[in-house]
Design a protein around this ligand. Structure first.
Ligand code: RIB
Ligand code: CA
Length: 316
């Protein structure tokens, strides 16, 4: 139990992944968050790697937070990983090792379902990988939809990063994303428009390096790799996309939102995986679809990175 303040309970579902690890560190280190578990999915790297990276992270911070492995492929299309961004290991740059901790002997979907069904509806989910686990859990136990306090999704946006139209998490399993976005769970979407504001620029990396701890060294190792990837593309650093979701749970002031209609394209030759966001609600002579997602807009860069750096420093 952290100091007496409002504690947001959450499950992290993702594909660690450099920015996933930053999100997990924020969840584990922020005093306003209780991280109940990490469920892994294939995405940035195969499931075996994303699960191992989650366990390595728990070893590094010495946390006994359960890790449950989930789906190794999307619902319909084949798995397509991103070694061109995260390396073959999914966490290149870090000094990797065989983790001491082991995953639960339970599928991620069962962990999500059991945890939610035993709760009184006060648990949120951060989903920062392909949405396969969340979609499958919804299909396996529809009752959980009414038990999820809030679903904060890293995905989508007005532009893509894996195709011109689509962002990687949504594009990796658009069928799963459609199931999730069409559910009536309260949803917040951290799309690329928002998350590309959360860049680990050199001044931020210097602040992290200055912490001088085992955890900050771990972060500097893998973030140097991740940042260098972005530098080669002419950027000033890499966006820690996934951490934006956790930051919002800890402090709603970290970014503004707009309540908009978002639908997922699952058929387009060029637009598969696109989040079709109705920004303008044009008068088309037809009834407008009701807004269904709070879409992240403007990031408070200072607040975000202060939270991130404080969390890293608190983990030793
Ligand atoms: O498009 C960025 C997203 O895809 C992030 O969640 C990253 O970790 C990858 O999963
Ligand atoms: Ca991710």
């Amino acid at each position: 139990m952290k100091e007496n303040r409002i504690i947001e309970k959450m499950i992290y579902d993702g594909d660690p992944g450099h920015d996933d690890v930053m999100a997990i560190l924020l969840a584990a280190g922020n005093p306003g968050i209780e991280l109940l578990g990490v469920t892994t999915v294939a995405g940035n790297a195969p499931l075996e790697m994303t699960t191992r990276n989650a366990l390595i992270t728990m070893d590094i911070i010495g946390a006994d937070i359960p890790v449950a492995a989930g789906c190794s492929t999307p619902l319909v299309k084949p798995l397509y990983t991103a070694p061109f961004v995260h390396g073959e290991s999914g966490l290149d740059g870090a000094k990797l090792f065989e983790p001491k901790r082991k995953p639960l002997d339970k599928h991620a979907c069962d962990f999500i379902i059991d945890t939610l069904m035993e709760s009184d509806g006060d648990i949120s989910i951060v989903a920062a990988g392909p949405l396969t686990n969340v979609a499958l859990a919804l299909r396996r136990e529809p009752e959980i939809a009414s038990r999820i306090k809030q679903l904060v999704i890293m995905g989508g946006g007005r532009f893509g990063n894996i195709t011109p139209a689509a962002e990687f998490n949504i594009w990796s399993d658009a069928e799963a994303a459609r199931i999730v976005f069409e559910s009536d769970i309260p949803k917040v979407m951290c799309g690329l428009d928002l998350t590309y504001q959360a860049v680990a620029v050199p001044e931020i990396m210097e602040r992290i390096r200055a912490i001088g701890s085992r955890v900050s060294e771990f972060v500097c190792d893998f973030m140097t790799f991740y940042n260098n990837n972005s530098r080669r593309a002419g950027k000033n650093g890499a966006p820690v996309n996934d951490a934006c979701c956790v930051a919002y749970l800890a402090d709603k002031n970290v970014f503004t939102t707009r309540h908009l209609r978002v639908d997922i394209e699952t058929k387009g030759e060029f637009s598969y995986g696109m989040t079709c966001i109705d920004f303008f609600r044009m008068n088309s002579g037809k009834p407008l679809l009701e807004p269904n997602v709070y879409v992240g807009d403007k990031l408070n860069f200072e607040l975000f990175w202060n939270m991130m750096i404080s969390a890293i420093a608190s983990l030793g």
